[in-house]
Design a protein. Structure first.
Length: 172
């Protein structure tokens, strides 16, 4: 299984079924130390979608009842090797990364049940899982953007957001 990508870069890999096992391991680890606080754990992002090329970074979402109360979980999550990113620009989540400083393997978002972030993560994943043609369209876009922005992950993500937003608007 290949997880890990140099920070700031974009490199797409063919879908690896081992990513599901990597998610299962991460979920088990998280449940073992903060299980009482977790409503559920979701595998989101491109590594969760069969047949979709992805940056080899696992996107994990931990759902909790109360985000403010979840702030007390930061040291426990850090004990698993996750680095807390308190300056995350997205509101409504606690964000962590895992992996060596220059080669991230995991992105972890802790979000509140019913939050807009959770709804969007799950809705986009579920829309892709339900529509192979949409997966193909998204894969084509990702390949083109990865080629153009191989050393600029921020612009790559920004350019993908138009597609993601249009999918989210069409789902609800």
């Amino acid at each position: 299984m290949s997880l890990g990508l140099r920070r700031g870069t974009v490199s797409l890999h063919p879908h690896d079924p081992a990513w599901l096992e990597a998610f299962s391991i991460a979920a088990r680890e998280l449940r073992s130390i903060i299980g009482d606080e977790i409503d559920r754990i979701e595998h989101v992002g491109s590594t969760a979608i069969p047949d979709l090329p992805a940056k080899p970074i696992l996107d994990v979402v931990v759902v909790v009842a109360d985000l403010e109360r979840a702030e007390a979980l930061v040291p426990k999550i850090q004990s698993l090797g996750y680095e807390f990113k308190p300056d995350d620009p997205l509101a409504g989540r606690l964000f962590f990364v895992r992996g060596p400083e220059e080669t991230r393997t995991h992105h972890l978002a802790v979000v509140e049940a019913g939050s807009e972030s959770l709804t969007e993560y799950v809705a986009f994943r579920d829309a892709l899982l339900a529509a192979p043609a949409l997966v193909e369209e998204y894969a084509d876009l990702k390949r083109a953007l990865a080629k153009q922005y191989a050393d600029d992950r921020e612009t790559y993500a920004e350019k993908k957001s138009v597609f993601i937003q249009s999918v989210l608007e069409s789902t609800g």
